[in-house]
Design a protein around this ligand. Structure first.
Ligand code: APR
Ligand code: PHB
Length: 388
């Protein structure tokens, strides 16, 4: 088999890249370790920036998002039972959209199927060869046979645990990491959201987040220990832990119900540098992880894909390799802005230790955010979309 770009991973990064390349007549094959059903069963975050919306439109998969997505003009932050609102519209003139990553993945999969572009699911033992040479190849096992794809470029869109980043010689890559001593326990339930806007909660009992997927479907999170066993969290226990973290109005409006999904996600900041190695490019979670507090994971993946697709289009259509040469530095400049914002929001809102100094500083920092027009503007600018 031969293609122009071999894409490893059919998460949002790989599917979006494949769709954009296809639109520009660039051949690509996606190799995915899991089945399509498994990929669609993963519940992930759901806040998208305008630049991500624009890119999904450009890829031709935005129709359902515009119908079903919820436009949010602001966000609420509840500190020890008192709610504050930050208006994105007033501060920046912009808004974000709440639309689940699972739905985006489904729209991208449907778009790819309609385009007739190939995705090989259940592709095992994917292995990258000759990434620094002229003729890179990818081998894998599917349908019981070992197969090979020769290509011009490989896009490593295979997430944090993927094979692409691990295929790079250790001396060619630097990694930077912070592992937080906690995770998020998330619950999806068929109940109306507690508020029309997201509420990020800072409370002495720990962080909570009230989010949503639709006017009838809520997504809630509370911070939990890393060693927590999901079976020790029946729904009642979850609601009992969430309720006291809310303000009076939130407690009154909270509608509880059976969970339709429940999972624990660890909190991590991670960056691999550079993001290009010869003919291999990393994009999305394969190159970087942000803790979910800033809602940046999917948006960062989309901005990598935007830069990478432009670079590849320039290569094939304009015979210019400038975009390829600058891909890593351009992507990383944005990555570090998102890392900073996500780290800051995480340290601002979670109970990270019993250290009273840390807790007092958190409160002082939050009060500064609510009092200072400048601080609130910077917050809003970062939340609605980082500059390129
Ligand atoms: N071979 C083939 N596919 C692989 C391999 C492998 N060795 N390893 C992983 N994969 C697949 C995974 O099964 C997954 O479907 O790569 C895909 C990577 O998808 P994601 O983890 O969703 O990463 P990405 O597409 O970069 O999306 C980033 O997802 O995790 C969130 O917060 C993150 O919102 C961000 C977005
Ligand atoms: C979500 O709705 O899942 C969500 C929203 C905002 C975040 C993280 C997750 O910061």
């Amino acid at each position: 088999m031969r293609t122009q770009v071999a894409i490893i991973g059919a998460g949002p990064s790989g599917l979006l890249l494949g769709q954009l390349l296809h639109k520009h007549g660039i051949d690509n094959v996606i190799l995915e370790r899991q089945t399509g059903e498994y990929v669609l069963s993963r519940i992930r975050a759901g806040v998208i920036e305008q630049t991500t919306i624009d890119l999904l439109d450009e890829a031709g998969v935005g129709a359902r998002m515009h119908e079903e997505g919820l436009v949010h003009d602001g966000v609420q932050i509840c500190v020890d039972g008192v709610r504050h609102r930050i208006s994105f519209k007033e501060m920046t003139g912009k808004a974000v959209m709440v639309y689940g990553q699972t739905e985006i993945t489904r729209d991208l999969m449907d778009g790819r199927a309609a385009a007739g572009a190939p995705t090989i699911y259940a592709a095992y033992d994917v292995s990258l060869h000759d990434i620094f040479g002229e003729t890179p190849t990818v081998t894998f096992r599917a349908d019981g046979k070992t197969q090979e794809i020769a290509c011009d470029f490989i896009a490593g869109c295979d997430g944090f645990h993927g094979v692409s980043r691990k295929s790079v010689p250790p001396n060619a890559i630097a990694t930077h990491e912070r592992v937080y001593p906690l995770g998020w326990l998330g619950v999806l339930s068929e109940t109306p959201p507690v508020s029309e806007e997201l509420i990020y909660v800072r409370h002495p009992l720990g962080f909570a987040l009230c989010s949503m997927r639709s006017p009838t479907r809520s997504r809630y999170y509370i911070q939990c220990g890393l060693a927590e066993d999901i079976d020790a969290w029946p729904d009642e226990r979850f609601w009992e832990e969430l309720r006291p973290r809310l303000d009076d109005e939130g407690r009154q409006r909270l509608v509880t119900g059976p969970s339709i999904e429940k999972s624990i996600a660890p909190l991590r900041s991670f960056v691999a540098e550079p993001m290009r190695f010869g003919q291999l490019f990393l994009a999305g979670d394969a190159a970087h992880i942000v803790p979910p507090t800033g809602a940046k994971g999917l948006n960062l993946a989309a901005s990598d894909v935007r830069l990478l697709s432009q670079a590849l289009v320039e290569h094939y259509a304009e015979k210019s390799d400038a975009g390829i040469a600058h891909y890593s530095s351009r992507a990383l400049a944005r990555v570090w802005k998102a890392e900073r914002f996500s780290w800051w929001m995480t340290t601002l809102l979670h109970k990270l230790s019993d250290d009273s100094f840390e807790q007092k500083i958190q409160l002082a920092e939050l009060h500064y955010l609510f009092r200072s027009q400048a601080a609130a503007t910077v917050f809003a600018e970062n939340y609605v979309g980082l500059p390129f």
